[in-house]
Design a binder for this molecule. Sequence first.
Ligand code: CP3
Length: 348
Amino acid sequence: MSVPSKTQKPFLQALAGETLSPPPVWLMRQAGRYLPEYRATREEAGGFLDLCYTPKLAVEVTLQPLRRYAFDAAILFSDILVVPNAIGRQVAFKQGEGPVLDPLTSRADVEALEPGKLRERLGPVFETVRGLASAIPSTTALIGFAGAPWTVATYMLEGGSSKDFSVAKSWVYSRPDDFAALMEVLIGATTDYLIAQIDAGAEAIQIFDTWAGVLPETEFHRWVIEPIGRITRALHEQRPGVPVIGFPKGAGVLYETFIRETGVDGVGLDASVPLAWAAKTLQPLCTVQGNMDPLLLVEGGPLMEQAVKRLLDTLGHGPFIFNLGHGIVPQTPPENVSRLIDLVRAPR
Ligand code: CP3
């Protein structure tokens, strides 16, 4: 049975397994610092988290890229780190430094987390989703999202971004019970958070596991595949019909097992995934999304044109959503984004 509103939305059609020409297109971090209007609204908000927690402004920055470019999807403007914040940790974004958190240091810190407070504390995010659901064009889909438990755990344990993940890995290897307790909290909180986004109007979900690729195979199964699989199955059971995209960045050949074992409807490919291999091995399993290098979008010109052509030639014959392999970077010229959309949509 197909829901009528879905038939108008190419992004949801592609996630349901349809091959579309041209494919739907959206870009990770399509709202962000490369747009002067984003920088102005961010200035007005004060801090980055104030922007995320002020529905009027969060709705505004989500819509800004849609006014310039006819993307097939809008992604809720928020951040993966609102979850640790909502369950009781301090999170700050300092200009030019990235996120800073008060790191968890003990089992007692894990036990003091407050997943029961999440829904109330993230009320403004759900209000943003409701505002967007009624504001976006009828052919544009609304994507909700969360960070995957492993990636969120790395920020909570390291206290911010990391180069080698030595603190998070020391929990994985030398304090497995404490680490498992933290992951249980995050799996529950993330599921709860995503269900509330769906109830507020999100039509598809993306789970970002940015640091999936730093785990060895055994730990990848336990801490990437298992948690995302549990969240995906819970969403499919409790809110059937809402597709889930997994983005296990850097998973390499483990992308295949990831798709088979999590049951995701779509998978985000990072820029290192070979296209012919993805077409042969991954695309028969689910819809693929990606994976142009964001730095080629900065470069523009013939190199970008060739990359777009290659992507469409290789992945355009099956269920495919055009995207980048990671988020847009701040130095991207906005006119290159227009050119990219034109290239993806050009008659072929
Ligand atoms: O347009 C969109 O894609 C929606 C909004 C969105 C943001 N962050 C806004 C943001 C999404 C989906 C995210 C996800 C996110 N956040 C991830 C996973 C995807 C990825 O990029 O790997 C991660 C790891 C984070 C954590 C995070 N947030 C970091 C490490 C940083 C600092 C680095 C940076 O780019 O500044 C942020 C800040 C952040 N989140 C910004 C934006 C637009 C920039 C903040 C600013 O305005 O200064």
